[in-house]
Design a protein around this ligand. Sequence first.
Ligand SMILES: NC(=O)c1ccc[n+]([C@@H]2O[C@H](COP(=O)([O-])OP(=O)(O)OC[C@H]3O[C@@H](n4cnc5c(N)ncnc54)[C@H](OP(=O)(O)O)[C@@H]3O)[C@@H](O)[C@H]2O)c1
Length: 257
Amino acid sequence: MKIVVIGGTGLIGSKLVTKLRNHGQEAVPASPNSGINSLTGEGLAGAMKGASVVVDVSNAPSWEDAAVMNFFETATRNLLKYGAAAGVKHFVALSVVGTDRLSESGYFRAKIAQEKLIKSSTIPYSIVQATQFFEFLKQLADISFDGKKVRLPDALFQPMAGDDVASAVGRIAVGPPLNSTVEIGGPELFRIDELVRRRLTPLNDSREVIADPNARYSGAKLDERMLVPGKDAQLGETRFETWLTQPAAKAAAGAHK
Ligand SMILES: NC(=O)c1ccc[n+]([C@@H]2O[C@H](COP(=O)([O-])OP(=O)(O)OC[C@H]3O[C@@H](n4cnc5c(N)ncnc54)[C@H](OP(=O)(O)O)[C@@H]3O)[C@@H](O)[C@H]2O)c1
């Protein structure tokens, strides 16, 4: 089965392409580096020719409010248009647990717009909402640093390994379209500040990490459980302490700056 992976060179996309190929699928990574651009439409018709499934695991290069909205709206419209023309049977997209509760954030307004376009398209779909990736924790510290302290919302989350995200997305991509949203998450619940502290320690990053009731998540004020998936979520296996010992943790230390 030909499966086009939009953002197939990214953190999740590259893992997904490898996993699909290991399972005998014809996975085609698509990104601007390989001349395929969802924002401009360049290369999409050729990439999607003969494809059964399109998986969108791309991300916007800029998270500024207007730029990220333009990215997800324009790119999703293009992907759905070229996908429908090519007779694609299943459109899968990666989103974030709690997206619908986070409309105070420009980034999440863009993800809401992306999900809405997919739900109203003629192509059968599956939306996979994942919790935060372990690989994202260092970047979360960086974007939450005010020059003195890392200030994080005083709330819970249930993050997961990127490898488990890719496995779940791959499983769903080769299955029948759900025409609904499925949540995936990690096996453990943490306070956000506690886990970011535990991530920075082995990196010898001595910045002070605090829970600040006024800190926002990507511009949104959080309630205690806004980032936590529901009871039907599919949970990945990898625990945080296990992930820390894996090569992925080392690779992620330098990534996403
Ligand atoms: N970070 C988290 O904790 C988290 C949690 C849940 C869900 N998510 C979602 O997961 C998704 C993927 O995140 P990620 O961290 O794996 O992304 P990433 O590593 O930043 O990779 C982004 C990918 O998008 C591609 N891309 C950028 N502009 C493009 C364009 N115009 N056309 C086609 N491809 C384009 C990039 O291609 P190049 O390599 O060519 O630039 C790259 O392959 C996002 O949608 C995000 O919302 C993230």
